[in-house]
Design a protein around this ligand. Structure first.
Ligand code: UT7
Length: 403
């Protein structure tokens, strides 16, 4: 039972996914399209990876933050939950908008999530599952009630479009879930997180960070593009996907025969098949949609989750495992008992209310940017009466929080 403050005591707290959403750019790039730019062919790509097409953010206005925001809005809509009541936003990404500020903060601003803390999580393709594990721990420990976990990428901006080893693999997109505290048993049962940094050089963007800051030379030699030893990553991936799945099932006290659905990171159909072979799962229990999206890195698992739900592949009390691997090297798995609350009656006016709230969030953000400029030009270090009045006005606006 929730206490008078609406919080559940720790021993009765469970972390459930209550909303989900995804977003992809408009432009579809097929394998045939890629034949025009690198020495490859549809047959090779399909047989070696399973990928037939991917979505690419060709419009420069479409970014990791805009995709992440759209996915988060969709997740909030499913849960019928206002952005202003979100406590924390975790954005997993390897293609952040900037080194800083965090992409999560830009999404927080766009949503008008004025009560939320926000940070980015860097664990490459495993990052979304890291985020689920973290959000679940915060919720069960009583540190948070409503957490948005987002996986968002525009890796097409980091891909060397003349390198056929990598450019055929990746796609852009975002997926998000809202995780909420509940007294209903289930939700996240167990998690496994792993890393082996000795394999960091197998999949990396060498330049542009503090180790090798961007220079004319690093740019000319393409060091700010993705470099990958595909075969080594392949071997690592098949091993850790199997091990992490086995471990997370053990931690959750579940046998492989009790599994209802596995959502693996959508990198390569051969990796998925070979890593899942040991569990003797029928094909319909392993969700695959990489043929349509390519490898969207950390967004691949939440996008697949959205499609699995849309295809009715998850039912109440089903046991779900999500498992991923990626640069770092990293890996992560989580076992979930799917127990989403019954669909609520959402009043018809809610969509209008929601878009008005997002419109207000945009206005608020513009006003705060503008006011900072005004404040900067009017308020002197010594302070004066007029400056104080302006500062106080601005501060009162800053504290306006939508209910
Ligand atoms: O989220 C994590 C991201 N990374 C991954 O998941 C990568 C994991 N690795 C893989 O998925 C696979 O290793 C690849 C799909 C990247 C490559 O498949 P592969 O079966 O391991 O191919 P390979 O690198 O062993 O190359 C086989 C042949 C080579 O030709 P030769 O030396 O045998 O004549 C390559 O040059 O295929 C050639 N090749 C291509 N041919 C046509 C490599 N890329 C291409 C291409 N089109 N795009």
């Amino acid at each position: 039972m929730a206490g008078s403050n609406g919080h559940y005591p720790p021993q009765q707290r469970y972390a459930h996914i209550t909303g989900w959403g995804m977003a992809v750019p408009e432009r579809v790039v097929t394998n045939k399209d890629l034949e025009q730019i690198v020495d490859t062919n549809d047959e090779w790509i399909q047989s070696r990876t399973g990928i037939a097409q991917r979505y690419i953010a060709v419009d420069p206005r479409e970014t990791t933050a805009t995709l992440g925001t759209r996915a988060a809005m969709a997740a909030l809509e499913v849960a019928d939950f206002p952005a202003a009541k979100v406590d924390l936003i975790i954005c997993s990404t390897s293609s952040p908008e900037h080194t800083f500020p965090a992409t999560a903060s830009l999404i927080q601003d766009a949503l008008g999530a004025t009560r939320a803390g926000a940070f980015d999580l860097s664990a490459a393709c495993s990052g979304f599952v890291y985020g689920i594990s973290l959000a679940s721990s915060m919720i069960t420990a009583g540190q948070a009630e409503n957490v948005l976990v987002i996986g968002a990428e525009t890796l097409s901006r980091l891909v060397d479009w003349s390198d056929r080893n990598t450019c055929i693999l990746f796609g852009d997109g975002a997926g998000a879930v809202l995780m909420q505290a509940s007294s209903v048993p289930g939700g996240v049962l167990s998690s496994v997180l792993g890393s082996d940094g000795s394999g960091g050089d197998l999949l990396t963007v060498p330049a542009g960070g503090s180790r090798q800051p961007a220079t004319l030379e690093t740019v000319a030699s393409g060091q700010h593009f993705i470099k990958m030893d595909g075969r080594a990553v392949f071997r690592f991936a098949t091993r850790v996907m199997t091990e992490a799945t086995r471990e997370v099932l053990e931690k959750a006290n579940l046998g492989a025969d009790e599994l209802d659905l596995v959502i693996p990171h959508q990198a390569n159909i051969r990796i998925i098949k070979s890593s899942m072979r040991q569990f003797n799962l029928p094909e319909e229990k392993v969700f695959v949609n990489l043929q349509n999206y390519g490898n969207t890195s950390t967004a691949s698992i939440p996008i697949a989750l959205c499609e699995a739900i849309a295809e009715d592949r998850l039912k109440p009390n089903d046991n779900l495992v999500m498992v991923g691997f990626g640069a770092g090297l990293t890996w992560a798995a989580t076992a979930i008992k799917w127990a989403v609350p019954d669909a609520r009656e959402v009043p018809v006016w809610r969509a209008g209310q929601r878009s008005a709230t997002y419109g207000l969030a945009r206005m608020r953000s513009r006003f705060l940017r503008f006011s900072r400029r005004v404040e900067g030009s009017l308020v002197t270090d010594e302070g004066d009466a007029w400056g104080e009045v302006v500062s106080k006005r601005i501060e009162s606006w800053r504290n306006v929080r939508e209910e």
